[in-house]
Design a protein around this ligand. Structure first.
Ligand SMILES: [Mg+2]
Length: 377
């Protein structure tokens, strides 16, 4: 096949997300997404800064372009990696489209036909949480993810009160859905190590599928101690952006399920490397996915070609604006996303929808505790 060259990069701020199109001289357009959620504008600036280095280049040299751009400065970080991830995904989409095969075919071939999803569930009151959980089970989902804490639990509540409330919420959902459904408990980094161990032990009786980010994940050795002292599997890693950080997590035995974000940790190339590192330690992969359906489409490509896939985060894409982004929405059947057969990512963007939804910039709303101090998010 004749080579083509990159003509231009087109970053698109759309609703709460940052999408990317890479246009090639032969007319191929690759689609990507950058995942520094909340910091889309700096990531867009990074894409614009990197564009001049890519114009005129062969998009087939995916790893080379990543390495060249990543190593262009000794300063790195999530905004850089978010931009590079969008570029990497778009490059894979171009390669798949030009070769007329799905990306997973280029990354080893299919390891599964469908991808089991966990669905977000919520509710301020215990009754509302249970009702939402049952509704999602009715829709066919077999795994539910939720916070065990009531809103603003950190305000005017003792440790015993909020922890008891968390145990009640997890117990109520388990009782309502039975053992045929997996429960994924998401803590959002809200506790310290001692609290993480104590609550984790109390939740063991409900056998959660995973216990996500009980504490800030930035100290792998301490997270490893928490994991060693709880008999429920910890899931972490959504915030990390390089294979070197994932190696530290794995070396510290800090996680039972690793959570690469395809749009943040060097795209499909980086996520595939993280999955292989995890495979060598018998750790399974649960890709993080709070972004647009472009991110979901990229996740499916990864899930479809790795042996150690466990679950896929899915926030529901039946409501606008997400439901309008793709010309043909990703197929969901009974809680499973069906692996598409079309080339590249297997998606096309709905141009009308891109014009319809203006940018939603992040609102800075860090929680404040009862004493006026800043809380973790
Ligand atoms: Mg999370």
């Amino acid at each position: 096949m004749q080579a083509t060259r990159i003509e231009c990069l087109e970053p698109i701020l759309w609703d709460r997300w940052l999408l990317l199109k890479i246009h090639c001289e032969d007319g191929t357009v690759g689609i990507g997404e950058g995942g520094v959620h909340g910091w889309q504008r700096p990531t867009k600036t990074m894409l614009e800064t990197m564009a001049s280095a890519l114009v005129g280049k062969d998009p087939a040299r995916i790893e080379h372009h990543y390495q060249w751009l990543y190593r262009s400065s000794h300063f790195m970080g999530s905004v850089v990696q978010g931009a590079l991830s969008a570029i990497d995904i778009a490059h894979w989409d171009i390669k798949g489209k030009r070769l007329d095969v799905p990306i997973y075919d280029l990354m080893g071939g299919k390891t599964r036909d469908k991808v089991r999803c966990y669905m977000h569930v919520g509710g301020d009151s215990l009754d509302a949480l249970v009702a939402d959980g049952l509704a999602k089970v009715q829709q066919g989902f077999t795994a539910l993810r939720f916070s065990p804490f009531a809103p603003n639990y950190y305000l005017h509540k003792s440790y015993a009160e909020w922890a008891d409330e968390a145990v009640r919420r997890v117990g109520a959902l388990r009782e309502a859905v039975g053992n045929g459904i997996d429960l994924c408990v998401e803590i959002h980094r809200q506790m310290n190590p001692a609290e993480s161990i104590w609550l984790g032990r109390r939740l063991e009786q409900f056998h959660p599928y995973f216990y996500e980010d009980p504490m800030l994940p930035d100290s792998p050795a301490i997270m490893g101690e928490v994991q060693a002292q709880c008999n429920i599997p910890i899931a972490t890693g959504e915030r990390f952006s390089s294979i070197f950080e994932y190696q530290q997590l794995l070396d510290a035995k800090a996680t039972s399920y690793i959570r690469p974000d395809v749009c943040l940790c060097s795209g499909l190339t980086g996520s595939k490397k993280v999955a292989a590192m995890a495979e060598a330690r018998h750790v399974k992969v649960i890709p993080h996915n709070p972004l647009s359906p472009v991110s979901t489409a990229a996740c499916i490509q990864l899930d479809a070609c790795i042996p150690n896939f466990a679950l896929q985060e899915y926030t529901g894409e039946a409501e606008p604006p997400k439901s309008e982004l793709l010309v043909e929405p990703l197929k969901l059947e009974e809680g499973y996303l069906i692996v598409p057969e079309r080339p590249g990512l297997g998606i096309a963007l709905n141009e009308d929808a891109l014009r319809r939804h203006p940018v939603q910039d992040k609102v800075l709303d860090t929680p404040i505790g009862y004493d006026g101090s800043v809380q973790d998010r």
